[in-house]
Design a protein. Structure first.
Length: 167
């Protein structure tokens, strides 16, 4: 005999090696690590590495990962994307801007047609590095200010605040 439950309670949609949600206990795990502990003891860059590679990085791997995410070449937006952003109405919802921006970034991506693992990692690095630049550029443009170029000496989070404020 089956029982009826409203909503999605107890419905398993899929399983994942990346994420586990225990709604009853209020726990979220990434690759077996409790998110509360990751927030407390890990940087954003370390968590990104964990999600992509399945393990926390060694110091050497983290340094290389941070260097790739900090690269101006990876953070910079194509000038034609800035032109597209300038043409959007200032009232455009941020999620619509992100969708449009990510779609446009694919059109300018040098690895767009390459689906190898190596190219996919390069695309993931670029996209992760470009998201703060895209959000900050849009916020400044909609306020009538010019976008601020990324600073390769700053972490992703610090760079995001720098590009938002210009300081």
């Amino acid at each position: 005999m089956s029982s009826f439950k409203e909503g999605l309670e107890d419905v398993v949609v899929s399983t994942s090696e990346i994420c586990f949600i225990d709604g009853r206990e209020g726990r979220l795990l990434y690759r077996g690590y409790d998110v509360d502990e990751l927030v407390q003891f890990s940087s954003f860059e370390e968590v990104v590495y964990l999600l992509w590679h399945g393990n926390l990085p060694s110091r050497k791997d983290l340094d290389a990962h941070v260097k790739a995410l900090s690269s101006t070449a990876n953070r910079r937006l194509p000038p034609k994307l800035i032109t597209i952003l300038r043409q959007l109405p200032k009232k455009t919802a941020p999620m619509e801007v992100l969708r449009t921006g990510v779609s446009a970034l694919q059109a300018f991506d040098p690895d767009a047609e390459d689906n190898s693992r190596e190219a996919t990692v390069r695309k993931a690095v670029r996209l992760t590095a470009q998201m703060p630049t895209l959000v900050a550029a849009w916020e400044r443009l909609r306020r009538g200010k010019p976008p601020v170029a990324p600073n390769p000496k700053l972490t992703l989070a610090a760079n995001f605040l720098y590009m938002l404020s210009g300081q």
